[in-house]
Write a protein that binds this ligand. Structure first.
Ligand SMILES: C[S@@+](CC[C@H](N)C(=O)[O-])C[C@H]1O[C@@H](n2cnc3c(N)ncnc32)[C@H](O)[C@@H]1O
Length: 224
């Protein structure tokens, strides 16, 4: 393995891809319960999705009538997404590293779920988002709650051969996220902390331990 975070995460997510959609993961489950209602208003727009993975949100964005460009580092994650989106004419899947950039066009909305922890350079990341947004556009983002990140939570899974894999992650402080967004001309429009509740316990009784915990944070930024 190299020491480049993107190469490491490409390799890690390539191994996770076949398991990802059925993997028991309380963060993904929380995101699935609460993030879609925040972007329910995103309809019939040009959308860039960063780190689409297996297409969990891509499928929903496409069904809301959006034209979606969905990019991801991992060819294997994209293969799973491609399988779900076969025939969707309003979706373009792209293998790309957001930190390297590319000319993907200009979008009404940029959206990303559970990717920020893998980003080494917040200022570069938010600059890429800002560059991709049309004036007045919005950026929707979900991530493991900063409290849990500060406590050491990060993406990890047990591979099919039993190996425990920890993806390469960065514990960004709340203030650094805000500062990087603001420097890129992105103004906070909404911030929502999702607290673990009975919905999680209904999915998995073991998740009773998450009741009352700040599980994820959702942000919406407006491009100035
Ligand atoms: C935890 S998964 C989330 C996938 C999907 N957004 C979801 O919520 O189910 C993180 C995804 O981000 C992708 N990723 C990580 N760093 C990236 C980068 N620099 N550029 C593009 N994709 C990246 C990974 O390959 C992986 O598919």
């Amino acid at each position: 393995m190299t020491s480049d975070p993107s190469s490491e995460n490409r390799a890690g997510y390539d191994r996770w891809a076949q398991l990802y959609d059925t993997y028991v993961n309380s963060t993904v489950a929380t995101d699935e319960l609460y993030f879609p209602s925040v972007y329910a208003e995103v309809r019939h727009l040009d959308v860039l999705e960063i780190g689409c993975g297996t297409g969990r949100h891509t499928v929903r964005l496409a069904s809301q009538g959006n034209r979606v460009t969905a990019l991801d580092l991992s060819p294997a994650m994209l293969d799973v997404a491609r399988g779900k989106l076969a025939g969707a004419k309003n979706v373009t899947l792209v293998e790309a590293d957001i930190m390297i950039g590319g000319d993907w066009g200009q979008f009404d909305t940029v959206l990303t779920a559970l990717v920020l922890e893998h980003i080494s350079d917040l200022r570069l990341f938010f600059a890429q988002v800002s560059q991709a947004l049309k004036p007045g556009g919005r950026f929707y983002m979900s991530e493991i709650h900063p409290d849990r990140i500060a406590g050491g939570t990060q993406a990890n899974f047990v591979a099919a051969d039993g190996e425990q894999i920890r993806l390469t992650s960065f514990a960004h402080a709340e203030a650094d996220i805000q500062a990087a967004a603001s420097q890129a001309g992105l103004c906070l429009a909404l911030q929502q902390d999702v607290i673990g509740d009975d919905h999680l316990v209904q999915l998995n009784p073991d998740w009773v331990r998450h009741i009352g915990r700040r599980m994820i944070r959702i942000w919406v930024f407006a491009h100035q």
